[in-house]
Write a protein that binds this ligand. Structure first.
Ligand SMILES: [Fe+2]
Length: 402
């Protein structure tokens, strides 16, 4: 049967000139990116198919704050254990440094496990590279110490409770983990392009607060020599002031992060930063764990990738942080999680783990086409949803559907 002509691709196309489209101009508006580079041409990324250029004043040619002509007399964040100072630093500069966020022993354990894993992933042919170094992804699968970092367990990361408080204040209770991976700066590679971690939300840029908060675990001392993370202090404010649809003017210069192993940098999702250039002969790693609102799509899809062994022993808190806890506006499975919206840790009406276990066992039975001719035998199929709901009802008792 022919389509009504109004529904054919030709007519739809003819009736959709750019100036009449709903929000296309807004969605494709890159005035912010264009103005960033027009006002600050030194922030243009290098060409990855040519040798890296030096002595051109680009963003990767810098040093640590205390040696930097522009920054040395400005009181940038220093490592501290005082949460009140951290709030001030996050508001003013878009980052703070947690002194001894990991104890010496905790840092040693995490670093040893990571370095071993990274080398073995090379040997196994599963290392993921980049123009600046090596990623070691999905750390939750690569050591119990990493899973416990996601839980902010103070036995593994002693500043965990403080980090949770900062995340609660920034994102609201119920935030989840966006990803947890490590990344290296390899000798004489390129710098990463300058970016903000909540760039996925563009062109929306809410000025009031970030939608993502990041933590960077300094596992080995970092400085201007080994590619300490490049940061533009205070750039989160420039981004916030520009806001959705705004433009960026001239920014101050980058610095290399200078921090001792054991420090944890907490930073605003709007802060401009990049991996620096490692000019030593030794690969150096940092680990990165970001947090976000519970409805935002996570960077790592742990619901697919977490190992069954890790899933089997995961605490309610770890499940929640990995996105195994549905909330009304995110993560439901066949609607499970829709009708009980709090999504608190361990909430039995929203834990979706059982669906993943059923998939792993090859036993997931989804509700499909049902109708007046569906047989009694087909109706009696052991739908996974039915058993999950039944278990939730039992767990909820009198609170069911209230
Ligand atoms: Fe980043």
């Amino acid at each position: 049967m022919p389509l009504p002509p109004e529904f054919t691709p030709e007519v739809i196309c003819e009736r959709s000139p750019r100036e009449e489209r709903l929000y296309t101009n807004f969605l494709e508006d890159d005035r912010m990116g264009e103005s960033l580079f027009a006002s600050n041409p030194w922030l243009e990324p290098p060409s990855y198919d040519k040798p890296l250029e030096w002595n051109t004043g680009k963003y990767w040619e810098t040093t640590v704050a205390r040696k930097h002509d522009y920054w040395r007399s400005i009181p940038l964040p220093q490592p501290t254990k005082d949460i009140r100072q951290m709030r001030h630093d996050l508001r003013s500069w878009g980052y703070c440094l947690i002194e001894d966020g990991m104890s010496e022993e905790q840092c040693f354990v995490l670093n040893e496990r990571l370095v071993e894993q990274a080398a073995a992933e090379h040997r196994a042919g599963v290392a993921l590279g980049s123009p600046f170094g090596q990623y070691v992804n999905t750390l939750v699968n690569k050591g119990d110490c990493f899973a416990r970092c996601i839980e902010q367990d103070p036995e593994v990361v002693q500043a965990g409770p403080l980090i949770e408080q900062l995340a609660n204040e920034t994102l609201g209770d119920g935030w989840i983990c966006y990803s947890f991976f490590a990344v290296s700066a390899d000798p004489d590679c390129y710098p990463q392009r300058i970016h903000m971690d909540q760039g996925g939300l563009m062109p929306w840029l809410p000025p009031e607060a970030p939608v993502l908060l990041n933590t960077l675990y300094v596992l080995q001392d970092v400085d201007e020599h080994n590619g300490g993370t490049l940061i533009i202090p205070g750039s989160h404010r420039a981004m916030a002031m520009a806001g959705t649809g705004g433009t960026i003017g001239v920014l101050p210069p980058t610095i290399n992060l200078e921090a001792r192993a054991g420090t944890i940098m907490v930073f605003d999702g709007r802060l401009l930063h990049a991996t620096g250039v490692n000019r030593t002969a030794k690969q150096r790693f940092v680990a990165i764990m970001a947090f976000t609102k519970p409805w935002l799509r996570q960077q790592e899809n742990w619901v697919l990738s977490v190992r069954p062994e890790v899933l089997a022993s995961a605490s309610p808190k770890l499940l929640h942080r990995m996105g195994f806890q549905a909330v009304f506006n995110g993560g439901t499975v066949e609607g499970f999680g829709l009708n009980y919206v709090k999504g608190y840790v361990g909430d039995p009406m929203a834990v979706i783990k059982q669906f993943r276990l059923a998939i792993d066992a090859g036993e997931y039975k989804r509700v499909g086409v049902l109708g007046p001719n569906t047989s009694a035998a087909e109706m009696a199929v052991d739908f996974t949803l039915r058993s999950v709901m039944s278990a939730a009802k039992t767990a909820m008792g009198d609170a069911w559907m209230k």
